[in-house]
Ligand binder design. Structure first.
Ligand SMILES: [Zn+2]
Length: 57
């Protein structure tokens, strides 16, 4: 694996509950994949609902 300590996880919007695939970086940053501007509802706060490091798609 090339460098970069990120793992895939799943996050849920705190406002509307929409779930997105995301990357969690070694420093704790969570970045929803394909959602640079946050949730479809406009919120940018998410919580992790995944957590398994072995997520096969
Ligand atoms: Zn939302």
């Amino acid at each position: 694996m090339p460098g970069g300590e990120s793992e895939r996880t799943v996050v849920e919007c705190l406002e509307c509950g929409s779930a997105y695939a995301a990357r969690r970086w070694g420093d704790g940053t969570i970045q929803p994949i394909g959602r640079k501007n946050g949730c479809q509802c406009g919120a940018t706060a998410f919580r992790t609902i995944g957590g398994a490091s072995e997520t096969a798609r």
